[in-house]
Write a protein that binds this ligand. Structure first.
Ligand code: TYD
Length: 135
């Protein structure tokens, strides 16, 4: 299941005082958490991402507001709309991803299995397709 992108629903502890959700390995996601970062203050119409990772695995949550994550597996593109803080999208390695259609004040939390490494990025879509399709 490490190769398949999917929406993962997180636990939701309902409480009159306010709700609580969490993400833990191995309970919710298929990798151990090493790093987390977040994207915020995105001006209307901007697109983040547009790259793939050779090895990195990610889990993306819309902690606030909404946005779309568009994944390309080398053959086809699928759009996932994230708009709740109690589910997220698991992004396997070697999937081209871009994040777009950010609502005002949206907050994207990205949980990663590895340290930041520029050499793990593929930033050219043609190169990605060639690597993916073994050309
Ligand atoms: P990048 O991953 O290219 O942004 P996005 O895909 O969301 O559009 O990262 C933007 C810049 O931030 C890039 O110069 C690398 C730097 N960066 C770090 O230094 N550490 C990190 O953990 C991340 C995610 C990015």
């Amino acid at each position: 299941m490490k190769e398949i992108p999917r929406i993962i629903e997180l636990p939701k502890i309902l409480d009159k005082r306010g709700n609580l959700s969490f993400v833990e390995y191995p309970g919710q996601i298929p990798f151990e958490i090493y790093r987390t970062y977040w994207i915020y203050d995105v001006p209307g119409g901007e697109i983040r991402g547009s790259h793939a990772f050779k090895e990195q695995l990610e889990f993306i949550i819309a902690l606030s507001g909404s946005f779309d994550v568009v994944l390309h597996n080398g053959a086809e593109e699928v759009k996932y709309s994230l708009n709740r803080s109690y589910y997220g999208l698991y992004v396997p390695k070697m999937h081209w991803r871009r994040i777009e259609n950010f609502s005002t004040n949206s907050l994207a939390l990205i949980v990663s299995d590895s340290a930041f490494s520029e050499s793990d990025y593929i930033r050219d879509f043609d190169e990605f397709k060639e690597l993916k399709n073994g050309k």
